[in-house]
Design a protein around this ligand. Structure first.
Ligand code: DCM
Ligand code: DCM
Ligand code: DCM
Ligand code: ZN
Ligand code: ZN
Length: 246
């Protein structure tokens, strides 16, 4: 997702933190002089794109997605060599976030990656099985401009709602908007399951022609919204579980 999608996921989670998790999040975010998860949600993209920081963070580029190699059944190491994919990255940073022997700085950094990557893994094209760089190589026309299918899903479709992240999160949080995802069980298997869901969705999101029209947005924006809602609620649950001991 772009900055809007990531902030929406983070804000949805923020609204559903337990009191204990909320206090711990507040404690960690205070190191960055900020108070909301939405503020830090795009940080892994910012460091990735900042030329001054690129050498330091280059090895995180591959952690924003997973390319399934053949079908949508998560099969390591086929789909995640050396743990370099979003599925294993989420588990890795959840472990650091929950480890009280780590420094607060390390745990804050882990929090930023957890918030961001749980967003990305729910963007269907971040867990694709068609070998086209997550739809980046699939060129399309959208709103009279040339772009690619990945960007339409990261940000183009979401921006058609003309809502800021607070308004968008409130909309997705409204009663009966979409069914809530079932509770996470167990946590260890969850990221692989979320990636497999995304991969299955990509089977049905390639447009009939290389033009994205209103009918496509009408059909697919609700799918994107549902994924944002699931990501936000699951992120809250992960943080509530990981930070439950204060
Ligand atoms: N992005 C940006 N500015 C930011 C954060 C992200 O331009 N502050 C862009 C860079 C990525 C895209 O958003 O191409 C989304 O990346 P991802 O889907 O990996 O989060
Ligand atoms: N950051 C952010 N939004 C904020 C505060 C911080 O996105 N309101 C991100 C961008 C910085 C990183 O956190 O690169 C570290 O921030 P700081 O230098 O304040 O510790
Ligand atoms: N991306 C993806 N799958 C890939 C390659 C890239 O989902 N196989 C995502 C990561 C960014 C966006 O596409 O959100 C642009 O990636 P990059 O800036 O690395 O080209
Ligand atoms: Zn993306
Ligand atoms: Zn990302």
């Amino acid at each position: 997702w772009g900055p809007l999608g990531h902030s929406v996921v983070a804000e949805l989670a923020q609204r559903h933190l337990s009191p204990v998790a909320e206090a711990e999040v507040e404690h960690l975010l205070a190191l960055d002089h900020t108070q909301s998860l939405a503020d830090i949600a795009s940080w892994p993209d910012e460091i990735r794109n900042d030329p001054k920081q690129q050498t330091l963070w280059k090895q995180t580029r591959g952690l924003h997605y997973i390319d399934f190699d053949g079908d949508c059944t998560y099969t390591p190491p086929r789909d995640c060599k050396d743990g370099q994919c979003v599925v294993e990255a989420i588990s890795h940073y959840i472990d650091i976030l929950g480890d009280r022997s780590q420094s607060d700085q390390a745990r804050l950094q882990a929090l930023k990656f957890v918030v961001h990557f749980i967003g990305d893994i729910h963007q269907p094209l971040h867990a694709n099985y068609q070998q086209d760089a997550g739809g980046n190589k699939y060129q399309v026309q959208f709103q009279g401009q040339g772009t690619n299918l990945h960007r339409v899903w990261d940000s183009g479709m979401l921006s058609t709602r003309k809502l800021d992240w607070k308004g968008y999160a409130a909309l997705l949080d409204s009663e009966g908007f979409a069914p809530l995802p079932p509770p996470i069980a167990p946590l260890a298997n969850a990221p692989a399951q979320w990636a497999e869901e995304s991969c299955q969705i990509t089977r049905n999101i390639y447009p009939a022609s290389h033009k994205i029209d209103q009918a496509y947005v009408d059909a697919e924006l609700p799918v994107a919204d549902t994924r944002l809602r699931e990501a936000g609620r699951r992120l809250a649950e992960v943080l509530n579980l990981t930070l439950q001991n204060g």
